[in-house]
Write a protein that binds this ligand. Structure first.
Ligand code: ADP
Length: 297
């Protein structure tokens, strides 16, 4: 039997529709739209296309979105200054710094400059720590998307063995934290893992974020397993491909995300959820008289 297709586009469209209604309510109550600011390294062509998608999606649900393209050869000091300025701007609720950063800029310095309350990608060290302590409010978007798609498959994570392929700070590690919090037994694999195919074959669910087109093949997958493909890179012919070899995995898996059209659109939907959440939290702060912006002065 072929896998259930986990259509991220369709699920994301439904989530965006709900968010649009919630944004209207937010506007009616607070008198302003949630604001999202995206810092773009314009020299990176893939970033430019991802950011266009985020900008369009935010506008379509009624948010105010501003894109800040970085000048070529921007210094770390300038970028940190920009990010701090967005933290201080009362019209901004969410800040995205689209990665990769320009050459020579340390990402740690930039992540630390984010206002943790506006850090809708969950990159600030305080938010990363909160994730491992099960108390994160702003959960990183791609990991959140992976969990939603697994939920959509119907797999119960409690006690399930999940193998996460990739240990990046952005995807692999935070996804492992969320899976642990959902009571899964989690193994994080990486470039140095021995016999990755047989490890993967034991998994009830696979989350693959290795950036290697077609890495996971049908004979790596336990029949009926849920397979979430985070990877999206261009193969030697310039075609966008996921880390999972769709054609050989589809007949074996129980559920599978397409790539593109799986995790990507869901990541954008999670970003909108986080932005709305951040906006609501900030408005509640004002209502309680603890204006986070003026408290800084
Ligand atoms: P992403 O942003 O998708 O997480 P990164 O390039 O930051 O991608 O990280 C890729 C991760 O995938 C690394 O942790 C690396 O160890 C892992 N990885 C890359 N290639 C392989 C491979 N062939 N087998 C197992 N893990 C791999």
């Amino acid at each position: 039997m072929a896998a259930k297709l986990l259509d991220g586009k369709d699920l994301a469209a439904r989530i965006r529709q709900r968010i649009a209604a919630e944004v209207s309510e937010f506007v009616a109550r607070s008198g302003r739209a949630p604001g999202l600011s995206i810092v773009l390294n314009a020299d990176d062509p893939s970033s430019a296309s991802f950011v266009r998608g985020k900008d369009k999606a935010a506008r379509e649900v009624g948010m105010v979105c501003r894109v800040h393209p970085l000048p070529t050869a921007v210094s770390e000091t300038e970028l940190v200054g920009l990010v701090r300025g967005l933290g201080d701007d009362p019209t901004v609720d969410g800040v995205v710094v689209q990665l990769p950063l320009p050459h020579k800029v340390r990402r740690e310095g930039v992540f630390e400059a984010l206002d943790p309350k506006k850090d809708v990608d969950g990159l600030h060290p305080l938010n990363q720590a909160a994730l491992w302590e099960n108390r994160a409010k702003l959960v990183p978007c791609t990991p959140a998307a992976c969990l939603r798609l697994i939920a959509e498959s119907g797999l119960s994570l409690a006690g399930a063995l999940v193998v996460v392929v990739g240990r990046s700070a952005l995807v692999g590690k935070p996804t492992a934290a969320l899976l642990l919090a959902a009571d899964a037994t989690v193994t994080v694999a990486h470039r140095r893992t021995r016999d990755l195919p047989s490890l993967c074959r034991q998994a009830d669910a696979l989350v693959v974020a290795a950036g290697q087109p077609g890495l996971v093949r049908g004979d790596w997958v336990k029949p009926g397993a849920v397979v979430i493909d985070v990877g999206l890179s261009r193969d030697s012919e310039g075609k966008l491909r996921g880390d999972v070899d769709f054609d050989s995995v589809f007949p074996v898996a129980g559920a599978l995300t397409p790539a593109p059209g799986g995790v990507g659109p869901m990541t954008v939907a999670m970003l909108l959820e986080n932005t709305l959440l951040a906006a609501r939290e900030r408005v509640q702060c004002w209502a309680r008289g603890t204006n986070a912006d003026s408290a800084k002065d």
